[in-house]
Ligand binder design. Structure first.
Ligand code: ADP
Ligand code: 3PG
Ligand code: MG
Length: 413
């Protein structure tokens, strides 16, 4: 990427910090497995630089987050076990407080020594959080007596909630280091990428990602389409897609997209600009016994379910990716929960891993990040940047303004 623009908001590095009580919004909405245990701690690890920075300056760090979408106070959504994992990663004790506001919070924070880390209970146990309630935001500040607010929950800044919006109206509010890194990395890749810029788009639905794909039509050099999204494109082009997952109401959207693409690269180049699979891997059922059968897209049978890009398409896609300088990947190329249909995603991950650092790779999207982390053994080092944001990274890539960032103090000139 070319010379980085300065971040447009104040960060923790721009304010004088010496022993204050600092309230930090993190996004510890982490994936839990069926037993309710933490299945991936990328978001917890991502929060460490900011916490350490504040501790080094003698601050008392009070963390707030949501977890899941609880209906009132549901024990399974408590942040207590997250506090335990944080303490292991930080090599320091973390005091978990079983409420988010009130006297217990006030007394515990008040008595805690400087350089301590405290974690409050799930913000969404209070409906006021999602209602962006100013009274709730004020209650959090009153209970903690925090003098600064730090937004470091990149994954949640696309929401206008009490802890991402209302709270920033109350006390000086600045960005944390994760938020700054996410914003700067993603926007630099979108606005001033080292070219060629290849966008790899897959996953479940066109409608989830249309804003991002439209943006890529204007900024990317090539767009590769995979996943169930490719089925919708193929059906639009008139191919029979059997029993595959598609969205049938996207005709207008795709008309618009192809018109914009033709305007940019010329009608004759559209299909090498928005690249679709020429073959797909199909099965007749979706389960662990399903065998991968590869067919040309012209030969998909009425009872076939297309679950991955085919082998010829994998070669074509990886060759295009290998010639890129920047790759942004969002959405798995197939039904990657089943190894038989993870070939496309795994080969793409391998291509990105082996071309680093020649290729800057940015991975966004909850399922895609999850796949990429599991593929490389969980630390994400095979890629330049694995985003901690799902919806937030999509909105940022689509060029939308994010309320949780907009509400922070502007950087001084
Ligand atoms: P992300 O969370 O990274 O933005 P999505 O949620 O859009 O990605 O897409 C991931 C989901 O898409 C996965 O659950 C995956 O199984 C599903 N998927 C990908 N390809 C197919 C396909 N061909 N048929 C059905 N589901 C698919
Ligand atoms: C996410 O995981 O995308 C964020 O933590 C936001 O969670 P939400 O979609 O429940 O608002
Ligand atoms: Mg998803």
């Amino acid at each position: 990427m070319k010379s980085k623009q300065r971040f447009f908001k104040e960060t923790i590095k721009d304010v004088p910090l010496r022993g204050e009580t600092v309230l930090v919004r993190v996004d510890y909405n982490i994936p839990l497995n069926q037993k309710g245990e933490i299945s991936d701690d990328l978001r917890i690890r991502g929060s460490l630089p900011t916490i350490k920075y504040l501790l080094e300056r003698g601050c008392k760090v009070v963390l707030i987050s949501h977890l899941g979408r609880p209906d009132g106070k549901e024990a399974k959504y408590s942040l207590e076990q997250v506090g335990v994992r944080l303490s292991e990663l930080l090599h320091q004790s973390v005091t978990f407080i079983g409420d988010t506001i009130g006297d217990e919070v006030y007394q515990t924070v008040r008595k805690a020594p400087k350089k301590s880390v405290l974690l409050l209970e799930n913000l969404r146990f209070y409906s006021e959080e999602e209602a962006d309630s100013a009274a709730f935001a004020k209650a959090i500040i009153r209970s903690t007596r925090a003098t600064y607010f730090v937004q470091d929950g990149f994954g949640v800044v696309h929401r206008a909630h009490a802890s991402t919006h209302a709270i920033a109206m109350e006390i000086p509010s600045v960005a944390g280091l994760l938020l700054e890194r996410e914003y700067q990395t993603i926007t630099a890749a979108m606005k001033a990428p080292t070219r060629p810029l290849v966008a790899v788009m897959g996953g479940a639905k066109v409608s989830d990602k249309i804003g991002v794909i439209e943006h890529f039509v204007s900024v990317a050099d090539t767009i590769l389409i995979g996943g169930a999204m490719a089925n919708t494109f193929l059906a639009y082009k008139g191919y029979g897609v059997g029993m595959s997952k598609i969205e049938s109401d996207q005709t207008e959207v795709l008309d618009r997209l192809y018109a914009a693409a033709a305007k940019k690269v010329g009608q004759e180049n559209v299909d090498s600009f928005i690249v679709l699979p020429t073959d797909v891997a199909v099965a007749n059922e979706i389960n662990a016994q399903a065998k991968r059968v590869v067919r040309s897209v012209a030969d998909i049978k009425f009872d076939d379910i297309a679950l991955d890009v085919g082998d010829e398409s994998i070669e074509r896609y990886t060759a295009i990716v290998a010639n890129a300088k920047t790759v942004i990947w969002n959405g798995t190329l197939g039904y990657a929960e089943l190894p038989e249909f993870a070939h496309g995603s795994a080969r793409l991950a391998l291509t990105l891993a082996t071309t680093q650092p020649k290729i800057t790779s940015i991975i966004g999207g909850g399922d895609t990040a999850d796949f990429a982390l599991k593929w490389d053994g969980s630390d994400g080092k095979s890629f330049s940047h694995v985003s901690t944001g799902g919806g937030a990274s999509l909105d940022l890539m689509a060029g939308k303004k994010l309320p949780g960032i907009e509400s922070l103090l502007d950087a001084r000139p």
